[in-house]
Structures are given as C-alpha cells and as structure tokens.
Design a protein around this ligand. Structure first.
Ligand SMILES: Cc1cc2nc3c(=O)[nH]c(=O)nc-3n(C[C@H](O)[C@H](O)[C@H](O)COP(=O)(O)OP(=O)(O)OC[C@H]3O[C@@H](n4cnc5c(N)ncnc54)[C@H](O)[C@@H]3O)c2cc1C
Length: 413
C-alpha cells in the first residue's frame, strides 16, 4: 500500500564493529539511535532478516498506546503504573517528534481508542479497566450499545469505553520513517538474517549468509526469534496473529460505519479482535493466534472474514484486499526478557503483542544499560518473563490454556 522503497544492501563481507544489533524493528532501531547518542564515535551495525516495512514491525494494527494496556492495568499498583505510563509517554513523544520531522506520511494521529465488550467476560474486563482509569485519574467515556453503534456502526458490543490516550498510525510507514531517521554513521543491512551467534576471544561473532560481524557488544532485538539464537528459550514462544484490510469502501457503506471518520477498537479479551476504520475508508480486522507455526492462508482469510461480518453484516460480500500475519514474542506472564544475559550480550524480547511504543522504550533503555547509564528497574516495573516448561508440555499447556480462554471469551472472539 506504500510507494516502492529500495532496501539497503545486505551484508556481503566480514566486518568488525563496536556494537551489532540484530533486528531492525522498534526495539532495534531505538537501541541503535540511543547507542549513537551515547557513543557517537562507535561503529554500530544493525541487521534485519527482512526489509524495513515488509517484516514484522510493519505488520501490526498501528495502535500506539500512551498508557498501560488493559491487561497490564492494575488499580492496586498505581505508583508502578504511573511510572510505566510516564516512561511510555516519553517514548511515544519521541516517536511523534520523529514523525513530525519526516517527509514520510505515517498517518499518525491521536485518535484515542475504543474498547468493546460483547459478553460477560468482556464486561468484567472493561469494568476493571475503567476502575484503573478512574483510580489513575485518567479521562475516559463510558458508552452504551447505542452510543457504540453511533460511533462505530456496529451493534455487536453491549458496552464500550473510549480513552483518548492512543495514537493510530500506518505501521509500515511508521517503521520506514523511524529507520529513515537513523544517523548516517549507523550501518543498516537488510535481508541479512543472523544465522548463529557465538563468543570468541572476548568478542561476539554473528554469522550471516555472506559475512560475519565481530562485535564487542551485541543487542538482540529480534523479539520472537531471540530463541533461535539461543536466548530466552525457556521464556519465549512465537505466536502468529493475523490481519486483513478491505479495499476503500463505497461511500454508501462507509456511511453505515459510524460517525467517526476513523477509529480504532481494542478487544477486552486477549483472544478478541482488533478493528480499525482507516482515514482512507477501509476496515481492518486482526484476530487469531497460532502457536509457533503459521496457519494456512485460506483459513486465515475465512476466519478474518467471519469476525468482520459478525460485527458488520453489511460487509458480507466484501473481500479483503490484503491479509497478512506476523510473529509476536509471548512470555507466560507477560513480563519482558530484558537485560545483559552474558557479558556484552544484551537482549530485549517478548513484546507480548503491544510493542510499538514499549519496544521503542526498551530499545533505548537497553542502550543505556550497555553504556553504564542508570536504567529503571524493568523487572519491577514491567515484570520479568517467567520460566516455561519445555516441549511437549509447553504446547500441551498452551492448547489447554487457549482452549479455556477461547471458551471463556467466546463472545468477544
Ligand atoms: C497482526 C499484528 C498486529 C499487531 N498490532 C499491534 C498494535 O496495534 N500495537 C502494538 O504496539 N503492537 C502490535 N503488534 C505487535 C507489534 O508488532 C510488536 O510488538 C512490535 O513489532 C515489536 O517490535 P520489536 O522491534 O520488539 O520486534 P519485531 O517488530 O518483531 O522486530 C524484530 C525484527 O527482527 C528481525 N529478525 C528476526 N530474527 C532475525 C534474525 N535472526 N536476524 C536478523 N533479524 C531478525 C525481524 O525481521 C524484525 O524486523 C501486532 C502484531 C501483529 C503481528
């Protein structure tokens, strides 16, 4: 949906740098920028297995939350939540500034976000989130079914909540914009997957198809795939989730999709669907989770369509223009994999589905840590990824928990 972009060349020879970063997503790019700020004369290389905007960082739904996600929000821990929100808001502020100074149109707007509850579980979680917002003295609006329908054009939700603390963006444009603003001194190699990582004579060696990078420090910012390089194996799983977008809809159909020209809605259950009406008049839906393995695209298309039509029966005959999937690094308790795991080897992984702003924050803090700067206690503030049992118990546990959650949250899915 964006204009053509020429990728930077892939790595084609051996090189030695001070810091190498694996993964040019939100985490990796902000880590690279911060490293350069702190040590401007250092040589920094950042590699990505894909192309900027084509891979995972460009495949999200474009919600940039200024405050805790509903499932993170805890009214009994307001001090901690306030500190988290302050850090997140500062990171988001930097993203907004970068976008403002860029010629790339990221369609970034502070639209706020709706949350909608269709059934009992959804109502319970909406109620908890409202309690958190109230305790934190953050503004929100409560909406009944008729008001939800008026704003969004669907009768699907019994109750809703609108919170202004969210930006919406075109995610592929956003990651292009952030990568574009990397200082020239930073070497970016696209289409360069790290195949292995090892330590030798006090340096880290990253093997890629056509060259090896030798670095004093390495930062792993490849989220779900950190474990393929041997890190976070007992903490991380890769979950695939999917989205589809319609063509630009007829004005007559658009008129039925609520009074707001564009809007975003987040689910009240973790297996629920995310929805957006875009500025240019399309609907986007995100749903489904698959454990460690991608789902067949015909099934994905069918499920996405079913979820959309359930909410908007007027779209029964509309085909998606594009569908896509992305891998998300999940941890069992939602905590992060963050820190120096071996001397000179730093990692930030496990975005748990909401890592555009949080990843940008953690990337920056990882660079601070690697440069001996003071860093807030990430584990205490955002949680620390807990241990997961190995396979096959892990996948059995996943099937059990997701089956139970699916049953509980079926009205929201
Ligand atoms: C469909 C979908 C919708 C989502 N919606 C939202 C949303 O609205 N808001 C939100 O905040 N989050 C959302 N997410 C999650 C969001 O995309 C992630 O949280 C975010 O991208 C995390 O950023 P990151 O930089 O930490 O990791 P990633 O974006 O996963 O980036 C990691 C990078 O590492 C690269 N990489 C992986 N392995 C290697 C390797 N071996 N060598 C070199 N490079 C490698 C990848 O190509 C990738 O570019 C969504 C995700 C999906 C899939």
């Amino acid at each position: 949906m964006l204009p053509e972009r020429i990728a930077t060349p892939s790595l084609s020879a051996d090189m030695a740098v001070d810091t190498a970063i694996i993964g040019a997503g939100y985490t990796g790019i902000s880590a690279a920028k911060r490293m350069h700020e702190l040590a401007p004369s250092d040589e920094i290389a950042i590699i990505d297995s894909s192309e900027i905007g084509e891979g995972n960082p460009g495949r999200n739904s474009g919600f940039l939350l200024e405050i805790a996600l509903a499932n993170d929000a805890d009214p009994s821990q307001l001090d901690r939540m306030r500190q988290c929100n302050k850090l997140i808001a500062a990171s988001l502020g930097k993203i907004v500034k970068t976008v403002e100074n860029s010629s790339i149109d990221c369609q970034l707007k502070r639209m706020g976000t709706y949350r909608g509850a269709a059934g009992r579980q959804g109502l319970k979680s909406l109620h908890q989130y409202a309690a958190f917002l109230e305790a934190a003295e953050l503004p929100y609006r409560d909406l009944n079914r008729e008001e939800m329908e008026q704003h969004l054009g669907t009768q699907f939700y019994q109750r809703g909540l609108y919170s202004p603390h969210c930006y919406l963006a075109q995610p592929a444009a956003l990651i292009r914009c952030l990568a574009d603003e990397l200082p020239d001194k930073i070497h970016l190699f696209e289409n360069t997957p790290a195949i292995s990582l090892k330590q030798s004579s006090g340096r880290w060696l990253i093997k890629t198809a056509n060259g090896e990078i030798s670095a004093k420090k390495v930062m792993l910012a490849n989220n779900a795939f950190a474990k393929s390089l041997g890190i976070g194996m007992s903490q991380l799983v890769a979950m695939y989730t999917y989205a589809g977008i319609t063509p630009v809809l007829d004005p007559a159909v658009l008129q039925t999709l609520g009074s707001d020209t564009s809007w975003g809605l987040l689910p009240t259950h973790r297996l629920g669907s995310t929805l957006r009406k875009t500025e240019d008049g399309r609907l986007l839906v995100r749903c489904l989770y698959a454990y460690e393995k991608e789902i067949n695209s015909a099934l994905v298309r069918q499920e996405l369509s079913r979820n959309l039509v359930k909410r908007f029966p007027q779209l029964a005959k509309t085909e998606f223009e594009h569908i896509w999937g992305g891998a998300v690094g999940f941890t069992m308790n939602g905590g992060a994999v963050f820190g120096e795991v071996k001397p000179g080897l730093f990692v930030s992984a496990g975005c748990n589905g909401g890592g555009v702003v949080k990843g940008s924050l953690f990337g920056e803090l990882l660079a601070d840590l690697a440069n001996g700067q003071p860093v807030p206690d990430i584990s205490a503030l955002f949680g620390k990824a807990s241990w997961m049992p190995p396979e096959p118990i892990r996948s059995l546990g996943f099937k059990l928990v997701s089956g139970l959650e699916r049953f509980r949250g079926q009205a929201e899915i």
